[in-house]
Structures are given as C-alpha cells and as structure tokens.
Design a protein around this ligand. Structure first.
Ligand SMILES: *Cc1c(COP(=O)(O)O)cnc(C)c1O
Length: 388
C-alpha cells in the first residue's frame, strides 16, 4: 500500500474514498437512500458505537464522497451539503456569531454578498468588503471582533487573483480564520491548506459534478477547524442526498482529465478573443498579459475553463444579436459542466470599483471542439456588427 499523501492528486481523485470490499466488490459505492438506520441490539443503540446513526448524519454514500474530497484537499474533515451556497453559509456560521465581524472580498459570488448583507446582518454578523487586490495591506481593516477573512480567487465575474498567502498571514496574526471559495480552481489546481486557508469551500455543482445535473457543495476543514465545522453542520441539519453524493463522486473520478481540456480550450478562446476588435479586455489569469498572471503562476497549478471579457461599447441590440445568434454556447447560469456557456455579467461592488465594467460577459469553455466554438463566436460577432 502506498501512503495516500504521497500519491499525485490525479491518482487520489481515482482511488480515494472507495470501499469496494464493503459493497461486494462494486467499484463505486452504491447510492444509499436512508433515513432510519436499524441497530443490531440495544447495546449498540445505547453506546452509539456504530458507523452510521441516522440518514441525515451520514451514509456510505456521503462518507465515500467526503473521504475522497478530504484526501484530494489534504485537509482533516469534509462535510457535504446540498449546494455551494449552503457550504458558504456553513463555513461562515462555523466561525462567526453575533457581534462578530467578517471581511469579505468585494469580488465574491453575488449570492454570498446577499447572504452577508441580508441574513447574517440580521443575526449580528457585520461584513466589511475589501478590495480583492489588497494583498497583505489589509491590517487597517481588522477590528478586535474580526473573526474571519473570506477569499474567492480568482473573483467571480472579474477574475482578480488574490494573494491568499499574504492575506492568510495577516488574518492569522489577528487570530482570524481564513475561508476560501475555491470553486474556480478546485482542489486540483489550488492547494487551499498549503496557502494558509482554514476552511476550503467548493460549489461541487460546478466542476466536481461536471455534467450540469447536480447541486452539491462541501466545506473541507484543517485540524483546528474540523470540530466546529462538524458541529455546525450537524446542528443546522445540513445534508447531501445519496444520489447527489454518488453523482459528485462519479464526477470527481474524471475531473482531472476534464479540467485539463476545459483549461486548454479556454486559453484558445481567450487568446482568440483578445485579438478581436470587439473586445476591450479579456479577464483570465492564465494569459500572460493578465494582471493576476504572476500570482496565478506562483500559487496555482492550472487554469480551468471560466473567464470574463469586457466588450467595447455597443448598442444593446447588437449585444442581443450576438447572444441570440450563438448556437453552441448556451445562455444560462452555473458552469463547470461539459457544455459551453455564455452570460452577460452584472457587477455588485461596493469597496473597489471595476472599470470599464460594461458590457461584461462570462464564458465557460466546454468540452466541444475549440475550432467549432471559435467559429460560433465569429459568426456571433458578424451578427453583432450587422445589428449595430
Ligand atoms: C455557483 C457558485 C457558487 C454556488 O454554488 P451553488 O451550488 O450554485 O449553490 C458559489 N461560489 C461560486 C464561485 C460559484 O460560481
């Protein structure tokens, strides 16, 4: 047996969390649909010394997924829940309570902002937004009651790369926890714990699921944060269904090969778009010209398929003609599936303006042939020009 920690991530993604011997040799852990788990006798019920207690509190389906994720993340404990946003709420609630202060990156996923401003505020958790490019220069934002710094890198829609190690050093000097929404890079391309993160969050709905057919999230904790995370998950009654854990695990097994292709195609599309007269700026740290390229190269081991672009100003009817003429790019939220997507982006920022901000688009490079995708964008630009 090889020590799991010594194996490459691609190997861990294939082998971790499998329990074939307990399932008649089946390669994959079957879907467990369970609420009640029956005890063998009164002694085992009274001692609670059994592997599974109650459906909400874990089954072989959730355990397989959580163990595989923990091995891939290199953390201590993973808890799965029903969506990425649910995982974000779980992570924050496991470190913040009434009277506490949270530092939230200004380029966060928009629903994270709604959670902070509307719901967490009602429970006495106050949020201050900070510039994603602040790096280590955030000391002045800390207060005596600052309990956590939340990062998302690259940022949603604008793709700024954060200096997570510098931010983590500043946070830990003040005894604040570091939370990271690592959905863009996945644990495969950004090692959260190596870079000082305490709670690594993933919308597994995206690349781990990978097929646009499951809503799933998780939080993986390091040693010092594992107990509080597990307790909060339990008390809030969070849970991911056996079917959804199965789909997440199934996606995880092939994620390394999918991510490589998503990233290669995104580089091709981004490079092509950058040379187009319709485009003012491409937002993708894998490009050498991107302001975040140096930190991305230092901290990440790859780029995935999601990037942004700022168009040169055009009438709205021309933008509509472009979107409506696309045949291979679907228009829809979420991303990380096998199919290419495109959406217009609307920014919500309060701490750091982003200019020029319009019109901003977001592209997810799917697994189609890159040449076909470029041809689709090209005919879209023809339609845009004709409508101007
Ligand atoms: C989609 C997304 C989420 C939320 O995931 P859901 O599973 O849709 O709740 C969180 N963070 C980022 C960066 C996302 O793109």
């Amino acid at each position: 047996m090889t020590d799991e920690d010594e194996l490459k991530k691609e190997t861990r993604a294939v082998h971790a969390g499998r329990m074939s011997a307990e399932h008649f040799g089946a390669v994959n852990t079957p879907v467990y649909r369970a609420s009640t788990i029956l005890y063998r006798d009164l002694a085992s019920l009274e001692s609670g010394d059994v592997p599974y207690i109650y459906g909400r509190r874990g089954t072989p389906s959730s355990q397989s997924l959580e163990e595989a994720i923990t091995a891939l993340e290199g953390g201590t404990r993973t808890l799965a829940c029903c969506s990425g946003l649910n995982a974000i709420a779980l992570a924050i609630l496991s470190v913040c309570g009434a009277g506490d202060h949270l530092l939230m990156v200004d380029s966060c996923y928009a629903p994270t902002r709604a959670l902070c401003d509307r719901t967490l505020a009602r429970y006495g958790i106050e949020t201050t937004y900070y510039d994603p490019l602040i790096g280590g220069g955030m000391e002045s934002l800390f207060r005596d009651n600052t309990k956590a710094v939340f990062c998302e890198s690259p940022g949603s829609l604008t793709f700024e790369v954060q200096d997570v190690p510098a931010i983590a050093a500043a946070a830990h000097a003040r005894d604040a926890s570091v939370l990271l929404d690592n959905t863009w890079a996945t644990p495969l391309y950004f090692d959260a714990f190596v870079h000082g993160v305490d709670l690594s969050i993933q919308a597994a709905t995206k690349y781990i699921g990978g097929h646009a057919d499951v809503m799933l999230g998780y939080v993986c904790a390091n040693d010092s944060h594992a107990a509080r995370l597990a307790q909060t998950h339990d008390h809030l009654g969070l849970y991911a269904s056996g079917d959804d854990c199965f789909l997440g695990l199934r996606g995880l097994r092939t994620m390394p090969v999918r991510l490589k292709r998503h990233g290669e195609t995104a580089v091709k599309l981004a490079t092509w778009l950058q040379a187009r007269p319709e485009i003012s700026r491409v937002l993708y740290p894998a490009l050498e010209s991107d302001p975040g390229h140096a930190i991305w190269q230092r901290d990440f081991s790859g780029a995935t398929g999601l990037f942004g672009a700022v168009l040169n100003p055009i009438p709205h009817r021309a933008l509509a003609a472009f979107f409506d003429s696309l045949k291979l790019f679907g228009m829809g939220y979420s991303w990380g599936g096998y199919e290419s997507l495109i959406v217009p982006s609307k920014l919500h920022r309060t701490a750091s303006p982003f200019t020029p901000e319009c019109p901003l688009i977001r592209i997810h490079a799917g697994l189609e042939d890159p040449g076909d995708l470029i041809a689709d964008l090209e005919q879209g630009f023809d339609a845009m020009r004709a409508a101007q």
